[in-house]
Design a protein around this ligand. Sequence first.
Ligand SMILES: Cc1ncc(COP(=O)(O)O)c(C=O)c1O
Length: 433
Amino acid sequence: MRDVFVDFMAEKHDKPHKPPLWRLFDFPVPETHIMSGSALFETFTRAPLAFDHGEGTWLVTEKGERYLDFGGGVAVNSLGHSHPHLVSALTEQAAKLWHVSNLYEIPGQSRLGERLADATFADKVFFTNSGAEALECAIKTARRYHFVNGHPERFRIITFEGAFHGRTLATIAAGGQYKYLEGFGPKVEGFDQVGFDDIDAVERAITSETAAILIEPVQGEGGIRPVPTQSLRRLRQLCEQHDLLLIFDEVQCGIGRTGKLFAHEWAGVTPDIMAVAKGIGGGFPVGACLATDEAAVGMTAGVHGTTFGGNPLAMAVGNAVLDVVLEDGFLEDVQRKALLLKQGLAGIADEFPDVIEDIRGTGLMLGLKCAAPNTKVNMALRDQHLLAVPAGDNVLRLLPPLTVTDAEIHEALDRIRAGARGLSDAIAAAAAK
Ligand SMILES: Cc1ncc(COP(=O)(O)O)c(C=O)c1O
């Protein structure tokens, strides 16, 4: 088990500063980040770009400049921008009823819950507005399970290095990353972190206080790192052996992103609890915590709640997303397109190894493991009017909408190649100075 504070301080004070190789190359980089604006918290460094509207895989500025959106609002715009089925579902609902609170029946909520339960391992669903709230519900569900089964002492949850579970106090503790924890102490108690894919360390970390294991089947922010099938299976076995709950965070990798409705289906392993968000709303804020009847046993009337979660607008959009994603052949087509994109990217990586080291990920959740700094690769692609999203481990994420066309994939590959070539030339020129 690692303590991130101790690790961070050790790293900060013990390591001599050694600039990475790329810093020796003084190639010009345009100024691309500005602060938000005087009335906004300065919590985001934003690109100096504002979009007026979106059409499928494209974002368009007020001046009419078109960008290929392979960032997808960080895996949120699962069906691209302005998908006609989503637009009509939302506008029809908007004309009828926006909000009633969870004091009343919400038919769209019951329907979406049943559809998610039918399509997955789950029996029960709790709707939220965000991924972090879905994780909060998952964590609370796991703790309550042990509480009502007579083990209130079992509250600890094992998580993994590189994880990202959100920005609430509990989810930053679960993620365990110092950069998100710093200054927000005291850290919420009850999370024990082990190395990425270190299942032996999980086994060693289990104590009589352990309640659950929480894992992203494919790490997103951590750098598009899929957890090997074998490891997910071993985690399932450990959970059976020790009466632990297995929690999957499929906030980023779920809802068709990997070419299956949920990424864990590739491994043939089911969790007891799962957090979902992002893609299920296609751009409207929706999250969900799914659980088996057994795991949800402690989540009885009054123990948890939400004002906005599961509201009629969100549920109309969630149902509309499922209409499309569950259509016959939709996910198979995602798999086919993903292969096309991945093969094209592998060719570009072969061509420009000084820029892109490797291609990671599965489905339309792909990562360019960069040789140059990922922020610079990102800027080079943005100059080509292609949008991507940086992640940890010097990776640049490509998360296009699941509706991306073959022609758009070819167009994106041309732009990525052009960006990589430009960067490669700049690196070579800097090295020759
Ligand atoms: C895997 C994962 N879990 C949780 C979250 C938190 O979701 P939200 O930002 O909607 O709270 C994210 C967001 O990036 C995520 O990628």
